[in-house]
Design a protein around this ligand. Structure first.
Ligand SMILES: [Zn+2]
Length: 137
């Protein structure tokens, strides 16, 4: 999918924007995307610890009173943590990562038109999966 620029052309002279990869790669993630990455990573770390403690309590209470050896309780806890705890705790990080990297990136550009000199902010969409499909804009 080719990159899409917003605005598509210079607002002053109307020269269409078509920046190469070397320029587009300098586009930065908006502050909301960085905030989303920070919050989702923090939530994932906290959920990792929380699910560890909760699943340990759950496995312990479910196997209390049985004559399972201590090692078997540990194996049960290991599988519960790998199959339930890790996916549950990594889900917010994965969702936040996908959302943040799907956002339009901010690019400061100078108009390529002759003798225009307009400098401004341009949004770059379309490298990677866009957060908003093109037909809804
Ligand atoms: Zn211009």
């Amino acid at each position: 999918m080719p990159p899409v620029f917003r605005p598509e052309a210079c607002p002053r002279c109307g020269t269409p924007f078509a920046f190469g990869y070397a320029v587009r790669r300098t586009a930065t993630m908006p502050w909301t995307g960085r905030l989303m990455l920070t919050v989702s990573s923090t939530a994932a770390l906290m959920l990792t610890a929380l699910t560890f403690l909760l699943l340990a309590q759950l496995v312990w209470s479910l196997t209390e009173g049985t004559d399972l050896p201590y090692q078997d309780k540990g194996i049960l806890f290991f599988f519960a943590y790998v199959l339930i705890g890790l996916p549950l705790s990594l889900a917010p990080a994965i969702l936040g990562w996908r959302r943040a990297f799907g956002m339009p990136r901010v690019l400061w550009v100078r108009c390529p038109g002759p003798e225009c000199g307009w400098v401004g902010k341009c949004r770059v969409l379309g490298e990677g999966k866009p957060a908003i499909p093109a037909d809804e804009q």
